[in-house]
Design a binder for this molecule. Structure first.
Ligand SMILES: Cc1ncc(COP(=O)(O)O)c(C=O)c1O
Length: 300
């Protein structure tokens, strides 16, 4: 890339990533669900209590797990925002769903919760919301619509680590949620993701899907005396090397968020004069939302 270009992203490293990866190697188990995977699970389960949390190889994979857990099939309709990344749609298209797109709000890229009601039909099964740039959608409105029509809500929280809606952590409000630790996110592991199961009726099955459709996790917990094939599934769990990298980042979550917020505020103050001259529109944060400084976007 030419030195004239500003990179889209610069990955931030804490310095402990390789040390923990080395430790994972020395511990002698670098496949999935090892020492560092469990440490990451504990970190998230304490933060998102009472949810069940499972590391995945990507947010895309976590979204695919959501589609399987909700038994999405041909003929089902899933409402998603028209402004998002392909994985929000793909995960549900893979199960045969028809995607129904909801438009953005005027003046904000997040989906306009007021348009959802008119998109619901007897075939609608789920609403997938995206907290664009880590800024919350209006979740009270979305959850009450879901309750009224008996729909599931999945939070595509790929960009929303450590961000909040009326004081509640994003990723803990919908029935299920998916986070990304792709290199471009606030907290990274190269590729990586997290499934958050808030509706605990899905907890046991999520472990089975995660381990190739087997009850291997129950076996390692001593709950069954041998494990076998019990359901569909895939290899959704990451190597413990990835988890070791991720854990080094999680330990520094507060410092990373602080640094990003400072950078975000510098962009804001340095670009403000262009907004004052009506050349661009800077981001607005609704009063119910926090800003995790994931992305700095502007409207031209
Ligand atoms: C809204 C959204 N959903 C899903 C994804 C996919 O994440 P991953 O690359 O971890 O699969 C992204 C990645 O940028 C995203 O922004």
């Amino acid at each position: 890339m030419s030195a004239d270009f500003i990179p889209f992203n610069k990955p931030y490293l804490t310095g402990h990533e390789v040390i923990y990866m080395q430790e994972a190697v020395q511990r002698g188990q670098i496949s999935g669900n090892g020492y560092f995977t469990k440490k990451c699970h504990t970190f998230f389960e304490e933060k998102f209590s009472p949810a069940k949390c499972l590391l995945t190889t990507s947010c895309t994979d976590a979204l695919e797990m959501c589609a399987i857990l909700l038994n999405i099939k041909a003929g089902d309709e899933v409402i998603i925002p028209s402004y998002t990344f392909v994985s929000t749609a793909n995960a549900f298209v893979l199960r045969g769903a028809t995607i129904v797109f909801a438009d953005s709000m005027t003046g904000h890229p997040n989906l306009d919760a007021n348009t959802i009601r008119s998109l619901i039909t007897p075939r609608t099964k789920a609403i997938v919301v995206v907290h664009y740039a880590g800024i919350a959608c209006d979740m009270d409105l979305i959850m009450s619509l879901a309750k009224e029509y008996n729909l599931f809500v999945v939070e595509d929280a790929a960009q929303a680590i450590d961000s909040y809606y009326k004081g509640r952590a994003l990723g803990t409000i919908g029935h299920l949620a998916a986070f990304s630790f792709h290199e471009t996110k606030n907290i990274i592991s190269g590729e990586g993701g997290l499934l958050v199961v808030n509706d605990l009726q899905f907890a046991d099955r999520s472990e089975i899907l995660w381990e190739k459709g087997t009850n291997r996790t129950a076996f390692f917990k001593g709950m069954v005396d041998k494990y076998g094939w019990v359901d569909i599934g895939s290899s959704f769990l990451p190597s413990d090397l990835i988890a070791a990298f991720l854990f080094a980042q999680l330990e520094q979550l507060e410092a990373i968020q602080h640094k990003r917020t400072q950078i975000w505020e510098t962009y804001y103050s340095q670009l403000k004069h262009l907004e004052d001259q009506s050349h661009i529109k800077l981001p607005t944060i609704p009063e119910y939302a926090t800003n995790n400084a994931h992305m700095f976007f502007l409207q031209c």
